[in-house]
Design a protein. Structure first.
Length: 175
């Protein structure tokens, strides 16, 4: 059914596994990245470093309802006991972020799927940097997206739909 409860279970199972990367899709557009951050904050008891790679640095404030805040690369922000760093899919932003992280979140994946630099963006996370667990998170699940093109980049797929929480919204997005 792809509920919040099932998504939490899938993410927790992933975190406890030997798998390296998870693809999170579904109709819950604005909650998928927040769900991961909540789980990291609430369920990971050891201090960790988290990289959040966004489509544009200017969008980060809106992703976290901090519209007036100007997030910077290379600066650590608190996420409970964890430290959160930001960069974007623009290569120039990568110079200020570290090379080793416990977790990385790439959101929204949609822009990467459309990018001519898709392989370079993904390889930076998967090959260049040392990251223990990676989350590839979609914003929308457009029918034109072929996630099988990313099959070499994820080990597990979890779907988080808004069906249970907002049926009308889910039906609008579920094409």
């Amino acid at each position: 059914m792809n509920t919040r409860e099932e998504a939490v279970k899938g993410i927790l199972d992933f975190l406890q596994s030997d798998k390296r990367s998870l693809l999170l899709t579904g109709t819950h557009q604005y909650e998928k990245h927040r769900l991961i951050m909540h789980i990291l904050k609430e369920y990971i008891s050891d201090r960790s470093k988290v990289l959040f790679r966004a489509n544009y640095m200017q969008n980060i404030g809106s992703f976290f309802d901090e519209h007036s805040k100007d997030f910077k690369t290379g600066i650590g922000y608190k996420l409970g006991i964890h430290t959160l760093y930001f960069d974007s899919i623009k290569k120039t932003s990568w110079n200020n972020t570290g090379m080793e992280y416990d977790f990385a979140i790439l959101y929204p994946l949609d822009n990467v799927l459309k990018s001519k630099q898709r392989i370079e963006i993904l390889d930076d996370l998967f090959e260049t940097r040392t990251i223990n667990k990676l989350f590839l998170v979609s914003w929308t699940d457009n029918l034109s997206y072929d996630y099988s093109e990313l099959k070499d980049y994820y080990d597990q797929h979890v779907v988080f739909d808004v069906l249970e929480e907002n049926l009308e919204y889910h039906q609008r997005l579920d094409i």
